[in-house]
Design a protein around this ligand. Structure first.
Ligand code: NAP
Length: 515
């Protein structure tokens, strides 16, 4: 019997035992830093001379791992293995596929502190953020396994006398899964297992900044019983093997999570029918965000300030759902900014391996440079009230930064910064606040802090984002509770961790038999 789905609880770090366990997880990860990791193609370990060097963004000197780097030839070999494996995997029982996910979820649960500690080191997450990332990955496995069990018989349709009609779902084929570094475990694992449990075979290209945690997850799936060739692990350059696989005539679908720029490129390239290609490729794309919290004049202002700070600066603002713009109704504007500034100045910045550090580094030099450039733009476009400084001498640290009096159409109000930077603007009333909230090309998350029922209902209808939250922050969606995904340039309107997500990886077949 399958127990009902319940999300994985977050670890309570106020408990000393849990803190000790986490330190043991960090020790374990420290004991294997710098190791080599191979590609996995058709179940075989394949090494390459060229490596991706994964480093700790809090300490550039520290190498997390040296990971083999797939060339186009190796990507092609992986494609051939995935095509071969598809012929048997597509006929495997959905129950068996679901069981592999349940088993993998359990293995990760047993090694949760190790996986979380690895995210602290490889992605620069704080303990809490890393713990939530791993919990979300476990949730994806538990949730999608159950969803597959519900979908396995298809959906009943009508039959006339002497006729038997059936409607059921079959897999698509070989999927290319391209994942980002910011949820290096959850999104990498979630997008991979959604494709696998539905009967597809997968070529997994993780982000080049975080390939080690993906290598560890591939080992978990092997331990859980996934047959050779069903999942092929091929880290490599996005532009080199990414383009190659997106263009490949045998690629049936692409499941991408990452920036708007790369997502649009994939969408455009995938639309071109290549010689020998006999289908239209499907693209599932989860892209960027420019997420707004709206504060009404009738609102709990302490809740507003706490929600803004947590949503803007958790994981240094490197979440697609991060709050990077705040619109406050003018009556309470100064009050909210003053409290946000106060709370922001209390955040401790430093190596996230130390529990007390809330804000860790940003992911790499390119991110550091880009965010610092936006901070300079922000200084021209508004008034700096907190932060504004960076230090990349040891790791890539940037102080949580707040700008006020920024125009709604300013660059820092429109472009995704993907760092610890939030900008405030004033609205004359709630209607105008919602207008401003909607004036970006994205539509991922948003939140409204208000005690006015009419305003909440207006926002429910008019605030055009995929995930809208009331009287809380705009980050932290939970699988199966708040299915996640955005509108407009935030993606293809899919909802990860939701009841219709798996269908994106399958096609429906109708059979009709006469007696
Ligand atoms: P990114 O630069 O777009 O990279 C994402 C993935 O795409 C990486 O694996 C990258 O490989 C690969 N890639 C790069 N160029 C490619 C190409 N030409 N063809 C195929 N693949 C290519 O994004 P990121 O910096 O990792 O992640 C941050 C972005 O993701 C933000 O914009 C954030 O909002 C978005 N995001 C969205 C969601 C959501 O659910 N909507 C969730 C998380 C993140 P390399 O690493 O080798 O370059």
């Amino acid at each position: 019997m399958v127990l009902p789905y319940k999300h994985e609880p977050f670890t309570d770090f106020s408990n000393e035992d849990n803190r000790k366990k986490f330190l043991a997880g960090l020790d374990l990860v420290n004991s294997y830093l710098g190791k080599d990791y191979d590609l996995v193609i058709g179940g075989q370990r394949v090494t390459t001379e060229e490596k991706i060097i994964s480093i700790n963004p809090a300490n550039k000197e520290e190498v997390i791992g040296r990971v083999a780097k797939a060339s186009r030839d190796l990507a092609e070999q992986a494609m051939q293995e995935a095509l071969k494996a598809f012929e048997t995997w597509r006929k495997s029982k959905p129950e068996m596929r679901a069981d592999i996910l349940f088993k993998a979820a359990n293995i990760v649960r047993m090694r949760k502190t190790e996986f979380s500690a690895l995210l602290v080191k490889e992605a620069g997450k704080s303990w809490r953020e890393a713990d939530a990332d791993v919990a979300e990955g476990i949730d994806f496995m538990e949730y999608y396994a159950r969803q597959m069990l519900e979908l396995k018989e298809g959906v009943p349709v009508e039959s006339r006398p002497g006729e038997l009609n059936k409607f059921f779902y079959i897999p698509l084929g070989v999927g290319v899964v391209i994942s980002p570094w910011n949820f290096a475990f959850a999104i990498m694992a979630g997008t991979t297992v959604a494709a696998l449990v539905t009967g597809n075979t997968v070529l997994l290209k993780p982000a080049s900044a975080t390939p080690v945690v993906a290598a560890k997850f591939v080992e978990v799936l092997e331990e859980a019983g996934l047959p050779a060739g069903v999942l092929n692990y091929i880290p490599g350059s996005g532009s080199e093997i990414g383009d190659y696989l997106v263009d490949h005539p045998k690629t049936r679908f692409i499941s991408f999570t990452g920036s708007r720029e790369v997502g649009v490129r994939i969408y455009e390239r995938a639309a071109i029918v290549q010689p020998g290609q006999i289908w239209l490729k499907r693209v599932i794309a989860e892209m960027g965000g420019k997420d707004t919290i709206v504060v009404d004049k009738e609102a709990d202002l302490e809740l507003a300030a706490q929600s803004i700070v947590a949503s803007a600066f958790g994981f240094s603002g490197q979440k697609c759902s991060a709050c990077s713009r705040v619109v406050v109704v003018e009556d309470v504007y100064e009050q909210v900014i003053n409290r946000v500034t106060e709370l922001t100045n209390q955040l401790q910045v430093g190596d996230p391996a130390l529990f007390e550090n809330y804000t860790g580094p940003v992911v790499d030099q390119a991110a550091f440079d880009k965010i610092m450039k936006y901070i300079e733009i922000g200084k021209q476009e508004g008034t700096l009230v907190a932060g504004g400084e960076g230090d990349n001498s040891k790791g890539y640290f940037i102080k949580p930064t707040v700008f006020k009096d920024v125009a709604p159409d300013a660059v820092v109000m429109q472009e995704e910064i993907f760092g610890p930077v939030v900008a405030f603007t004033k609205a004359k009333d709630f209607d105008q606040a919602i207008e401003i909230a909607n004036n970006t090309e994205y539509g991922l998350t948003g939140a409204v802090i208000s005690n006015n029922r009419d305003h909440i209902e207006k926002a429910r209808e008019d605030f055009h984002v995929g995930n809208l939250y009331f009287n809380r922050g705009c980050t932290g969606a939970i699988v199966g509770y708040q299915p996640f995904g955005g509108f407009n340039m935030s993606g293809t309107d899919s909802k990860a961790g939701g009841p219709d997500y798996l269908l994106l990886h399958m096609q429906a077949k109708t059979t009709s038999e006469m007696f």
